[in-house]
Design a protein. Structure first.
Length: 278
């Protein structure tokens, strides 16, 4: 019996010592914003654009449409917003961030906006068109775009701003399970739209291509729940310049160019990971 008690006490002591050692070396979760943490984010946006002058140039024409109005085109509320096979149809935002030092993150992103020229508008026209049918549509230095015979112009698949940015984070409040932070920063990237353009009687152009560049300033508010889950609301303003918008098929040299400012608000959810301290 004494031998059994000695063995039992020895096993208990060994177990207790091992447990203490395990507790001491158990990895601890980092707080969001510490160097080495990462996050991934998916959200949705609304966007607005300033008027722009669109320059069209090709064989037999060289003209500018002035102060063209355009809007975004949000998808109707449906299961497409969360359907894995259709999540890229609505206007969406993707982010992947890594904290290179405490409270400073480098963020790779795609902003999928949609830019649609309003058809019901009359715009000023300068330049020349050799085709008499379309030249006749210009009256008193203006052209009416309503009937779609002269032009349809949109980046709906979409106005894709692929960018890299830097964001500085500051804590607003903190509790056991909820942290609230805000951040500010800026980004720079390329425009990779799928432009849907039908000019005159040409076959519609509808293809992805690198069309230009963009830059932005952004600020956001982030709620971090249980150190894992993120909810974010972000506002962004920026500038886009696209000197090479394809307007015809078959690799013709025809193209359009325009630049404008944009504003965007987006919101969504994310996940924080790679949180183990060494």
């Amino acid at each position: 019996m004494k031998k059994f008690l000695k063995i039992s006490l020895l096993l208990f002591a060994s177990h207790f010592a091992f447990g203490q050692t395990t507790d001491e070396v158990a990895p601890e979760k980092k707080n969001f914003g510490e160097k080495g943490t990462m996050f991934v984010f998916w959200g949705w946006n609304r966007a607005g654009f300033t008027k722009s002058d669109i320059h069209f140039k090709g064989d037999g024409y060289d003209f500018v449409l002035h102060d063209v109005v355009a809007h975004d085109r949000p998808s109707d509320l449906s299961w497409d917003y969360i359907n894995p096979g259709k999540v890229s149809i609505p206007q969406f935002n993707f982010r992947l961030g890594y904290f290179i030092k405490d409270d400073l993150a480098i963020v790779g992103a795609t902003d999928h906006m949609k830019y649609v020229m309003d058809q019901d508008q009359t715009v000023d026209f300068t330049g020349k068109i050799s085709d008499p049918t379309y030249a006749a549509m210009v009256q008193n230095g203006q052209v009416n775009l309503k009937d779609e015979k002269f032009l349809t112009f949109e980046h709906t698949d979409g106005l894709n701003y692929v960018n890299v940015g830097i964001e500085k984070y500051k804590k607003i409040s903190s509790s056991k399970n909820i942290d609230l932070l805000w951040s500010y920063g800026g980004g720079l990237g390329v425009l990779f739209p799928k432009s849907n353009v039908k000019l005159f009687g040409f076959e519609r152009s509808d293809r992805f291509h690198v069309a230009g560049f963009g830059t932005d300033l952004r600020a956001n508010i982030n709620g971090i729940f249980w150190k894992r889950w993120m909810a974010r609301v972000e506002g962004k303003i920026g500038y886009i310049n696209m000197p090479d918008v394809k307007t015809t098929l078959n690799n013709k040299p025809d193209k359009a160019s325009h630049d404008f400012f944009f504003g965007q608000i987006n919101f969504g959810i994310g996940y924080v990971f790679n949180l183990k301290k060494k």
